[in-house]
Ligand binder design. Structure first.
Ligand SMILES: [Zn+2]
Length: 115
């Protein structure tokens, strides 16, 4: 019987959440996705402003996506649906959850729905 240790998963997710929030804050974004960024400060005079801005925005987008995934996973722990694939409802293999605690899809569904 394969069991997911929810406490371990929750701990990992909370750690991940804290890390992602800190990284977003570093970039000048608030964790709820609001752009609280002052790209003009120290950025504006730089010649690379546009590409730098694009880089930061895409970085932040990725972080916000991660944060959403992590928060969704924490919500699933609360609801007791953690570890179930959101697409097909089958159990996600514990070793996959161990590697990616925020995973919401099993490997089969994930490979079908590349975003
Ligand atoms: Zn699935």
């Amino acid at each position: 019987m394969l069991e997911v240790d929810l406490q371990v998963a929750q701990k990992k997710l909370r750690e991940e959440e804290a890390i992602v929030r800190a990284e977003l804050a570093d970039l000048g974004f608030t964790a709820d996705g609001k752009v609280d960024i002052h790209l003009d400060e120290g950025f504006a005079d730089a010649a690379q402003t546009t590409s730098e801005r694009a880089r930061v925005l895409s970085l932040a987008e990725g972080l916000q996506q991660r944060l959403e995934d992590v928060q969704a996973a924490l919500g699933r722990i609360d609801k007791g649906t953690y570890g179930k694939c959101e697409a097909c409802g089958k159990d996600i293999p514990p070793e996959r959850l161990e590697a990616i605690p925020a995973a919401s899809l099993c490997i089969v569904c994930k490979s079908k729905s590349k975003r």
